[in-house]
Design a protein around this ligand. Structure first.
Ligand code: ADP
Ligand code: MG
Length: 653
């Protein structure tokens, strides 16, 4: 999915967005009034500081309700809780108005309270300001709960690294370490930067980035990733990526930017609020000032306009929609799936077509050689020729061929011009001989006729200097849990499952029928895969999206074509960070239903918040305008609505 915002736009949106999400607009001094008031306090102290004035005002209000007061005495008495509860709202409103943010919830609530108070609805006006404070508290708690998983992510970023220098081992910040440096990672510490182990043997815990706390045994030559914890013994790691390019930094950056890419639901709600509030303010003005000019009855019309003003700012509904997405992004991150934007969650929620790559996605991608059929040479010669040409390929088939051939005498065999031909195979000069290793399509492109394999299975054909040398049968296993994962996704609402593979039909067909795929496209070259994806994209239903699940390394182009591209096994893959919208760090296909389920739940809850927020606000406003809705009822309904939508967002998990 094309990330559609320009850098500058996004930056602007980012600031606005933060303001909306936290309910705090930054003033010219950088901090809002409430932020300055809460500065230096712990979460609990801040909550207490925010709620204390409201509580004092509530006690006074309750007391005055039982004191028989009349006339101006009553007015003065109720003015006390009004001022106590309203002070923060007033200060905030002044700041918002100075920042030309006239339609913010603080000034709108303050005007509503003043309007109600001015026509003798003293307890209602007090209660409105008190409940505004309570809503603030709920907002703070819910925002913390929803953003907790994302805001805790920076803890996976290591703060120091022990780098070896000429003067010995120095403890420095990881951004001072260069590629090629050696860092020492004692047991118990986080690995500071991505690299390769050059000395030592240990187990690492990848839980913070893959979501699975299964220790992973590693030794010299293994890649390790920043953010993982070294569990058992000290290792020396040669750094292969700078701090900013290392896994932990990338994950943190990606997750923090994610809420900037807003879903349509968020945009729609914000658009609604941005029109609705000014319209309501204008209507309230008409009711309070213009109508009584002709009709009289000032008190009644000001009362009605107070109802409109109380419901004029459904900002909490808008906030609750955004919070739902933040919660989902955090919940996915907790399982080792990093989502690049709220829009990706929305796309997954709406996906009716899911396209799967076969090798490495549905299957384990761990091929083994099952049979060798050489022509005029020995098995070993055929395997050696194939493995030599495959020396630099990262394809799972290449790995199987290399493992099967055993050690290759690279001192005496010169391999050059090695070229990966996606969806076909490889071509390389082994010594002076041109070797092709791959499928029938590759060899036929070079005018070489292939033998028809005597047994079913994936056949890798080999040709040396234009001469056909035989074929090697390889096989791969379906991932455990693939069937259940696909069935669960179907239950969640995915209507069309498509298997897309470059492998031969004889291998792909049994697999597709075993897993109940609705559509199979086999023997697809990369360009065929692109056109298949384009076809599915152009034939999707309105409001439905297409998701692609594949390998971030080889399927980048396909990921960009669809609405949401999910890369599995993204750990250590630079390409996945660039091309995919969702990065599943490990290759646990069983997590897919969790991801899709989470997205659908988020979409549903956001929709509920949006619909309830809009319908209740509009409904009460209409009743208020015609004089049916009492002020007290409106204050209570407004509070209940705000609290309900906020609490609804935390149901996502
Ligand atoms: P999939 O679409 O299932 O992920 P690929 O597009 O990676 O599969 O590969 C499709 C087919 O191309 C393989 O089944 C194999 O026949 C051939 N192929 C691709 N890369 C290689 C390689 N490095 N060595 C040999 N054959 C290859
Ligand atoms: Mg593939």
């Amino acid at each position: 999915m094309g990330r559609h915002l320009s850098e500058q736009n996004r930056h602007l949106n980012n600031k606005k967005e933060q303001a909306v999400r936290t309910g705090k607009e930054t003033s010219s001094a950088g901090l809002s009034y409430m932020e300055r008031r809460m500065a230096g306090r712990t979460g609990r102290e801040a909550a207490v500081a925010a709620i204390v004035p409201a509580m004092i005002a509530a006690v006074l209000l309750a007391a005055f309700m039982f004191v028989p007061l009349d006339g101006w005495m009553r007015c003065v008495a109720f003015l006390i809780p009004f001022v106590i509860a309203g002070f923060d709202v007033f200060m905030e409103s002044v700041e918002r108005i100075a920042a030309r943010n006239y339609f913010d919830k603080a000034p709108v609530t303050l005007i509503a309270a003043i309007a109600a108070f001015s026509v003798g609805y003293y307890p209602e006006a007090d209660l409105l300001l008190i409940l505004f404070g309570v809503n603030r508290l709920v907002e703070g708690i819910v925002s913390n709960l929803c953003g907790r998983d994302v805001s805790e992510l920076p803890s996976i970023k290591p703060e120091t690294a022990n780098v070896e220098t000429a003067e010995g081992v120095l403890n420095v910040t990881p951004d001072c370490v260069n590629v090629g440096d050696i860092v020492v990672v004692p047991a118990g510490e986080r690995i500071p930067l991505d690299g390769i182990i050059v000395e030592g043997m240990t187990t690492v815990d990848t839980a913070s980035i893959s979501g699975q706390s299964r220790p992973w045994a590693v030794t010299e030559g293994y890649r390790v990733y920043s953010g993982c914890r070294n569990l058992t013994s000290e290792i020396r790691v040669k750094v292969t990526k700078g701090f900013e390019q290392s896994t932990a930094s990338r994950i943190v950056r990606l997750s923090h930017k994610a809420p900037d890419y807003k879903s349509n639901q968020e945009e729609r709600t914000e658009r609604f609020v941005s029109v609705y509030t000014p319209v309501m303010l204008a209507a309230a003005f008409l009711l309070a000032v213009i109508v009584p000019l002709f009709n009289g009855g000032w008190t009644e019309y000001i009362r009605r306009s107070a109802v409109l003003l109380i419901m004029a700012c459904p900002a909490y509904a808008s906030l609750a929609v955004s919070l739902a997405y933040i919660k989902a992004i955090g919940a996915a991150a907790g399982c080792g799936m990093f989502v690049k934007g709220s829009d990706c969650i929305e796309s997954m929620a709406q996906s009716e077509t899911v396209i799967f790559d076969k090798t490495g996605t549905i299957t384990e991608g761990r091929y083994i050689v099952t049979d060798v059929f050489p022509v005029n040479m020995t098995d070993h010669e055929l395997l050696t020729a194939a493995a030599s040409a495959e020396m630099f390929s990262r394809h799972p088939i290449a790995r199987a061929l290399r493992e099967s051939a055993g050690a290759i005498d690279t001192q005496n065999i010169r391999i050059s011009q090695a070229e990966e031909l996606p969806g076909r195979g490889v071509s390389a000069l082994v010594g002076d001989a041109r070797v092709y290793v791959g499928n029938t399509a590759l060899l036929e492109e070079h005018g070489i006729t292939c033998e028809i394999p005597s047994r079913s299975g994936a056949a890798i054909h080999v040709a040396v200097d234009g001469r056909y040398c035989g074929h090697i049968l390889v096989s791969d296993r379906v991932r455990s849990g693939a069937f259940d994962a696909l069935e669960s996704m179907r239950v969640q609402g995915v209507k069309k499952m498509v298997l897309l593979t470059g492998d031969v039909l004889s291998v792909a067909r049994p697999l597709a029928s075993k897993l109940n795929f609705d559509m199979l496209r086999a023997e697809q070259k990369p360009e065929d895969k692109l056109s298949a994806v384009t076809y599915l994209m152009s034939n999707k239903g309105i409001r439905s999206t297409v998701a692609f699940v594949g390998d971030g390394n080889t399927d980048g182009a396909l990921m960009k074509r669809v609405d949401v591209g999910i890369a599995i096994g993204a750990l250590g893959s630079d390409a996945a960070f660039i091309s995919a919208d969702v990065l599943m760090m490990d290759r646990d296909i069983k997590k897919l239903p969790r991801l899709f389920g989470l997205s659908r739940m988020t979409y549903r809850i956001a929709l509920e918040n949006m619909a309830v927020g809009i319908c209740v606000s509009v409904g009460i406003s209409v009743l208020g305008a015609v004089g049916i809705m009492p002020v007290l009822g409106t204050v209570i309904c407004g509070f209940a609505l705000n609290t309900a939508v906020l609490l609804n967002a935390i149901r996502i998990k």
